[in-house]
Structure formats: structure tokens, C-alpha cells
Ligand binder design. Structure first.
Ligand SMILES: NC(=O)C1=CN([C@@H]2O[C@H](COP(=O)(O)OP(=O)(O)OC[C@H]3O[C@@H](n4cnc5c(N)ncnc54)[C@H](O)[C@@H]3O)[C@@H](O)[C@H]2O)C=CC1
Ligand SMILES: O=P(O)(O)OC[C@H]1O[C@](O)(CO)[C@@H](O)[C@@H]1O
Length: 497
């Protein structure tokens, strides 16, 4: 069973299951369920008999099309709760997976208080809850009470220690219900001893469905392919467009057994190795480079990540930053070679002109991403005493501060992508006039906010450097390009990348 029927589910886990079906290695498909955006079920799955068209955008312009029929049922929690509960009672259920975005695991709002609807569910107990996570816990309790078989709940979301995140949410709910006397004898122990929360690392660039792909499909005779945006803001279509490379690494902790997904390319390993792979990808070899392209792409007027990979300054930025500031501190996870992974990212994946991905999409929530994507490596440099010599990571930080002004390098206003800190940070940055020279104090408390940077910029010797770069970026039209070019070409001159 899978919760969260958005684009990545249909492009990746559903295809893995189809691969096993095609090889006769499994006889069952996936039951998918929406506990949030039910329009995906009613407008995208059911009208198409739960079939999805997966379009792989190859670097040679070829579009590989696969009709995926591995989804056997599509359920909406508000109308199909009985069916979901019935499935949770089934002894043969081995694995429930999730792609519900990082927000999907939150019981609390930005003020760290319990969300009102969650608070109500904790008051009302497992029989009468309304929100997704409490309901999930309620289904697990039903399983414990009926068949009592174990189960793996596998988060496949793109957040660090995803299994831990899901487990913490589940246990916060259980603890509250236990305290209020809602749990029957043995219920808590069932979840504690029989439900596992494997960690995973998932990687496959799956942009929103794009009109260019729709047009190509319609030219081939496919009908009713138009992408649309649901009222809950999911960008979706009867087809999914994605790149070909894909990595799924899962902690091998399945107490009721598991499908033989290794035959479809999934790597099963220890939690430590999942963690190391995740760090390699998120902290060094993919996501910091993506965020760098996002920030400068928006400032330099780009609408495509692939187009940015033809820009010498941006290629220099990503190549030199990864080679001289990232790779020296990366830990080799053993099952994926960081250098080979990085080469594929820089030479094949980001430059693929047929992937309709945008810097604006990746710039979403940058304030929440910097700490993991850069802060972890900066802390490693701090420990080695090399943080003060970093050039390009602080250049990206300064670029992001300049980005927050919402004015591009030509002086034209643009809308920053959505970000929970935008309302808080943008007014201060917009108050800095073009050409003004600010000091570190002027950029406080932002520069000292560990939640943003993940590392202490002062201790790293980088605070003044960020301010200096920001002032250079802010000098006037063309200053972003000039400054970027100056530092990218000047840094690490004699060292091969
Ligand atoms: N798109 C990509 O390239 C990749 C995405 N992922 C992970 O998968 C997640 C989903 O990505 P997509 O499917 O592409 O996004 P999408 O926008 O197509 O779908 C989002 C899904 O999350 C559900 N959701 C959103 N908020 C929720 C909430 N508060 N509670 C429960 N469910 C909620 C929606 O109902 C929908 O099923 C990402 O956030 C990321 O963590 C992982 C690797 C690649
Ligand atoms: O910056 P974001 O929003 O996490 O998106 C990063 C992109 O790269 C990936 O990390 C590649 O797997 C995808 O999750 C996503 O398409």
C-alpha cells in the first residue's frame, strides 16, 4: 500500500512494482491512497482506470513511454476508510510506503504548537480521528488487534532521516492516546515491537508535468493529457514526466517480509549506509548544486536548469564547489561512488535539455534547505580547520540574500518562490537600497540564525565574507553576473577539478 499518489509515486515506486509484475516476480500490485489531495484520485487515477503514462525524458531527446498498470485500487481516505482498514487487517500486507512531502509528517505548526486539528484528534482518540497521521496510527492499532502481524512503514520522502521522522510522529500520537487511556492492553507494545520504520534515500528528478510533453503525447494520438493544478496546489496530469536515472536505497528492516524490489534495482542495506548515501546526495553531490543553480538562475533570468548548465560561470560554480569544497569532506557510502554520482549529476542529469525543470521550482523553501545542503559540509570543514578558506558556499549564501530582494540582475522585479521565511526576511532585504554597503550588524539576526545556515558563520570565519559578497552583488544592474564571474574564475586556479 502507498500513501501520497503524486508525481514521484507514479514515476518511481509504481514503476518498480510494474517491473516485478512484468518479470513474473510478484502477483500483486499496489493499492494507493490519498489522505490529503483527493482530487488526484478522482481526477487523475479513477477516470483513467488507475493507469498512468510514464514519460522518461532521455538526454538524446527520446521520450520513452511506459503504461503503468501496477496500481490495482486508488482510494480516498474520506470515502474509503473501511477499505483501508480492511487492508491493514490483512496478514499478507508487508509494506506501506509514503511520498507525502516533508510537511506531511508535521504534527506542529511553525510556532511549534500542535496543529488545532491534530490536537482535536489526540483528544478524540483512535476511533474518531480525522487527520492523516492519527488515522494511520489508528489503522496500525487495528492491525495489531486483528491479525497482529508485523509491518514496515517506509517513508520515501526527500527528508533527512525520513524513517525517524515518521516514527516520531507515530509515537507522539500513541503517547498522547496512551496517556488519555485510549489504548487497549498490548496496543502500544504491538507498535513498539512489530512496526518498523526503515530509512530510505530516493532520487529521481520528477518535475511537474509539462505542456511540451503533453503536446508531444497529443501529437502521438493520446487524448485528455492536459496537466492541471488541484485546489490543494498539486501540479498533476494523467502522465508523469521524469528523468531516467533513479536511486532508491532502503534500510532492510521488514519484519513481515518484503517484495523482491532488489530485482527492480532497489538497494537494500543498513541504516548507516542509507544515512551515508543520503548525506552524500543531499549535502554534497546533488542538492547544494541544485540550490546554487536555483538562486543564481532566478537572479540571472533563467527558466530552465538545463539552460543554466550552458552558462560558463554556473558550470564553473557547480564544478568547482563540488570538487574543492564538497568532495574533500564527503564520506563514501560504499554502495554508490560519490565521484561517479557527481559526474552523472553535472554531465548528464542537470544538463539534460529535455527535463523541463526550473530554478524557480528548486528555489522553493530555500530557507529550509540551506542548513542541510551546505551547513553539514561547513561543519565538517570547521572541524578540519578549513572552513575559513571556503569561497563558493558563502557566495551562494550571499546570492540567496540578494535573491530575497526579489529583483533580478537586470533590475526587474520577480516573485520569489514560496518559502515559510519569506515574509519575515524579505522586507529587511528589500529595505537595502541598490548600491548601499551594509555591515554584518545590518544583516542580523539573519546571519546568526543557525536554523538557516546550519553552521555558525562567525566561527567558520565566513560571516564577513558573506557580507562582502552581498555588497558586491548589490552594487547595481549586472553586478550579480560580474561578481559571480570574478569569484568563480579566480578561485582554485591551479587545482584540477
Ligand atoms: N518530485 C521529485 O523529483 C521527487 C520527490 N520526492 C519526494 O516526494 C515528495 C512528493 O513529491 P511529488 O510526488 O513529486 O509531489 P506532488 O506535488 O506531485 O505530490 C505531493 C503528494 O504529497 C501529498 N501531500 C502533500 N501535503 C500533504 C500533507 N500535509 N499530508 C499528507 N499528504 C500530503 C499530496 O496529496 C500528494 O500525494 C517530495 O516532497 C519529496 O519529498 C523524492 C524524490 C524526487
Ligand atoms: O530542491 P528540492 O525541492 O528538494 O528538489 C530537488 C529535486 O532533486 C531531487 O532531490 C532529485 O531526486 C528531487 O527530489 C527533486 O526533483
Amino acid at each position: 500500500m502507498h500513501f501520497g499518489t503524486g508525481n514521484i509515486f507514479r514515476a518511481f515506486p509504481a514503476v518498480l512494482c510494474q517491473t516485478l509484475l512484468n518479470q513474473g516476480l510478484t502477483e500483486t500490485g499496489i493499492v494507493c491512497c490519498e489522505g490529503y489531495d483527493e482530487e488526484i484520485i478522482t481526477r487523475c487515477m479513477r477516470p483513467f482506470d488507475n493507469l498512468s503514462l510514464i514519460v522518461t525524458l532521455c538526454a538524446n531527446e527520446k521520450m520513452e513511454k511506459e503504461l503503468v498498470a501496477s496500481v490495482t485500487e486508488s482510494l480516498a481516505l474520506s470515502t474509503d476508510e473501511d477499505r483501508v482498514r480492511e487492508i491493514f487487517k490483512t496478514p499478507s500486507l508487508q509494506m506501506v510506503s509514503f511520498t507525502i512531502t516533508e510537511k506531511g509528517y508535521s504534527l506542529r505548526g511553525a510556532d511549534r504548537e500542535l496543529l488545532p486539528a491534530i490536537r482535536n484528534d489526540l483528544e478524540r482518540g483512535p476511533e474518531h480521528c480525522t487527520m492523516f497521521l492519527p488515522r494511520l496510527v489508528s489503522y496500525c492499532l487495528t492491525r495489531g488487534k486483528t491479525c497482529g502481524k508485523p509491518l514496515a512503514l517506509v517513508s520515501m520522502d526527500n527528508c533527512s532521516h525520513n524513517g525517524e521522522k515518521l516514527k516520531l510522529a507515530v509515537f507522539e500520537i500513541l503517547d498522547a492516546w496512551k496517556e488519555k487511556g485510549y489504548l487497549e492492553e498490548g496496543a502500544y507494545e504491538y507498535v513498539q515491537n512489530h512496526i518498523s520504520f526503515p530509512w530510505s534515500m530516493i532520487d529521481k528528478i520528477t518535475p511537474r508535468p509539462h505542456e511540451s510533453v503533453q503536446r508531444a503525447l497529443e501529437a502521438d494520438g493520446w487524448e485528455d493529457m492536459a496537466p492541471f493544478v488541484t485546489s490543494k496546489n498539486t501540479y498533476i496530469a494523467p502522465f508523469v514526466n521524469a528523468e531516467k536515472p533513479q536511486y532508491l536505497v532502503i534500510e532492510d528492516d521488514f519484519p513481515n517480509g518484503r517484495p523482491c524490489l532488489e530485482k527492480a534495482g532497489v538497494m537494500f542495506t543498513s541504516r548507516e549506509t542509507v544515512n551515508a548515501v543520503e548525506k552524500m546526495k543531499v549535502c554534497t553531490c546533488l542538492n547544494p548544486l541544485h540550490t546554487s543553480l536555483a538562486v543564481f538562475g532566478c537572479l540571472l533570468g533563467y527558466q530552465s536548469i538545463a539552460a543554466e548548465m550552458k552558462d560558463e560561470d554556473l558550470v564553473g560554480l557547480t564544478e568547482k564547489m563540488s570538487a574543492h569544497e564538497g568532495l574533500p569532506v564527503v564520506v563514501d557510502p560504499g554502495i554508490i561512488d560519490p565521484r561517479a554520482f557527481l559526474q552523472e549529476v553535472l554531465k548528464e542529469r542537470f544538463p539534460n535539455p529535455f527535463i523541463p525543470d526550473t530554478p524557480q521550482r528548486i528555489a522553493t523553501d530555500t530557507s529550509q534547505k540551506l542548513s542541510i545542503r551546505f551547513g553539514e559540509d561547513i561543519k565538517l570543514h570547521l572541524a578540519r580547520g578549513t572552513a575559513h578558506s571556503l569561497v563558493l558556499m558563502p557566495l551562494v549564501f550571499a546570492g540567496w540574500l540578494r535573491y530575497l530582494k526579489g529583483v533580478d540582475d537586470q533590475g526587474n522585479a520577480f516573485a520569489c518562490s514560496s518559502d515559510p521565511l519569506l515574509n519575515k526576511l524579505q522586507p529587511g532585504m528589500q529595505a537595502i537600497a541598490e548600491g548601499a554597503v551594509v555591515s554584518a550588524e545590518d544583516l542580523e539576526p539573519t546571519l546568526s540564525d543557525l536554523r538557516i545556515w546550519g553552521a555558525d558563520l562567525q566561527a567558520a570565519g565566513l560571516k564577513e565574507r558573506v557580507v562582502q559578497y552581498f555588497n558586491e552583488f548589490n552594487a547595481g544592474p549586472g553586478a550579480v553576473r560580474q561578481t559571480l564571474h570574478k569569484y568563480v574564475t579566480a578561485c582554485y586556479p591551479n587545482e584540477p577539478s
